[in-house]
Design a protein around this ligand. Sequence first.
Ligand code: NAD
Ligand code: G6P
Ligand code: MN
Length: 441
Amino acid sequence: MTMKKIITIAGGGSTYTPGIIKAILGQAKRLPVKEIRLYDNNQQRNEDMALIIDFMLKQEQLTDITLLVTEDPQKAFTGVDFIFSQIRVGGLKMREKDEKIALKHGLIGQETCGLGGFAYGLRSIGGLLEIVGLVQKYAPDAWILNYTNPESIISEAIRRSYPTAKMINVCDMTISLEETLAENYGYNRKNWIATYYGLNHFGWYTEIYDKELKRDVMPELLEKLANQELKVADFNAGDTSWQQTFTMLSVLAKNFPTQIPNNYLEYYLYPDMILEHTDKNYTRANMVMDGREKKTKQMAQRIRNGETKDILDFNFGEHGQYIVDIATSLLNDEHRRFMIIVPNNGSIPNLRADAVVEVPAYVGATGVESIALAPINDFHKGLMEAQVAAEKLLVDAYFEGSYQKALQAFTLNQTVPSARIAKIVLDEMIEANQEYWPKLT
Ligand code: NAD
Ligand code: G6P
Ligand code: MN
């Protein structure tokens, strides 16, 4: 019988927390839990979430699980087994600035792609370094499972400072995309073994083998994608902006019909089309603030008012289950296969070894074992190499406090057509991020 575990959610106030907790509670056998801790640097958000999680525990009659709510890292991390990290340094207000500053200058304004993602990266690195440092101090044996974005940049930075930290970086996009494909076109994703390579939010499938049908279904999925629009499932509180994303996936599949791409490639390959249907004054950050953030606050307020009927209202698809499955695979040495963000080290043989890539990996008691893939084609390799170099320059800029490296990173970003615009956006972002970025000189 596995000993009961303690899990800390760093960024406890995130709207994704109820979905993760629901997934944890659904895995009582494989991941028995005695205590859940919510750690956040915003007391109000943490306390709101505590009301919701406490409500969930009582509803499930799981009152033997302790709920600890704290802004004190020592209390949050001492003695824990797992940390699930999902912080957003600067909050959605700063995400809004990332998106709008880039858009103002005619560039893609996006959370993790383009210059918005770079701005977020320079904020996020510090927050994550702090958390990983605190975990090394208070719970060096614990596993950190990280969802905090932008993942490639975070992973690159953390491994420079903490090369041996027990940290696994994951993204829910591949699993969400697979689920959306399976639901739309009548397959059962549980039968799939997917092979994929890339950087985070920047990759391609090579095969989707269906164990039941005993064939690679990627060619037929590609054909369906090109002819039958994909409808968004209940993903990230599925709203219209995500529908647009999946519509664009058909454009990608039609024009490059050999491999299924990660939908985020639309920002690099079709920025003009994306910009055409982007509202510069009301971006994804606004939608999230008016959508799931507001809904979460309302849930907490209703519980505070003593209401008990129809309180819980959230659905984030596969997000919670994915990170919990990785935790159970570690804990029980299950050797299940996931897409994980890891140092390349030969997985993609013709890409630099020190790139941080996203590839299939098996997860067991000793951590992550990524698979070795075949060499990749020049089109994808060229795109990835430019992106890797840009991200590495950005991380250099963070550690060296180098304006020149930041400018090089911004210029090399493939959503940027001119070094002149790169500099204008960089200077404006420096101004907007004074509180969060290291000083760049
Ligand atoms: P959010 O702003 O609603 O929640 C983040 C929480 O983190 C907030 O409550 C905030 O107060 C807290 N926080 C910020 N800085 C902190 C710090 N230094 N220490 C402790 N707590 C801190 O954001 P969200 O939309 O819920 O997203 C959370 C994170 O998860 C983001 O980084 C987002 O990009 C990421 N995310 C990643 C994936 C993925 O596939 N990798 C999927 C979904 C979300
Ligand atoms: C997907 C991606 C995440 C990203 C999220 C944004 O889940 O994998 O990396 O953070 O979408 O969703 P949002 O609803 O905040 O725009
Ligand atoms: Mn992601």
